[in-house]
Design a protein around this ligand. Sequence first.
Ligand SMILES: CC(C)(COP(=O)(O)OP(=O)(O)OC[C@H]1O[C@@H](n2cnc3c(N)ncnc32)[C@H](O)[C@@H]1OP(=O)(O)O)[C@@H](O)C(=O)NCCC(=O)NCCS
Length: 136
Amino acid sequence: MNIAPLTDKQIPDAVSLWTEAGLTRPWNDAIADCRRALRGPDSTVLAVTDDVGIVATAMVGHDGHRGWVYSLAVAERSRGHGFGAHLMSACEDWVRDRGIPKIQLMVRSENSDVLSFYGRLGYDRSDVVVLGKRLD
Ligand SMILES: CC(C)(COP(=O)(O)OP(=O)(O)OC[C@H]1O[C@@H](n2cnc3c(N)ncnc32)[C@H](O)[C@@H]1OP(=O)(O)O)[C@@H](O)C(=O)NCCC(=O)NCCS
């Protein structure tokens, strides 16, 4: 399985995959987010590709304390074949290789079906409330 950082040329296809998977929101600029993650020293966007194109992506980064994963999505045609689990494992390696001992992610409450997927990979629910504020 070929897992590598997304190229600039692949950004529109990655964002289309996120949109099809229901992960984008109209008030966020997913293309800009993706470019920023690829440019920064502490983040990247990993992609699995095949002959047809992008099969799966995940954005991964760290804040010096924890690793974070965003935008994990597998193309509908390729779900159920282990791509999601492999990509999560690659994200864990990416974070571990940078000396960070913890990794976490957020799941939107309307997407709670996916909790069993993460449970199979060893992820537990954290006893925290996430707070947010827009700065623009
Ligand atoms: C969630 C997602 C990434 C899973 O990817 P996938 O490649 O289909 O998953 P895998 O084939 O690697 O599955 C790994 C394991 O999880 C299980 N699993 C996969 N999706 C599941 C689901 N929705 N519910 C319960 N279990 C699931 C598989 O059966 C497999 O179990 P096994 O270890 O016993 O074989 C994919 O369904 C997806 O892109 N969903 C839409 C986007 C999304 O919600 N992303 C998460 C945002 S937080």
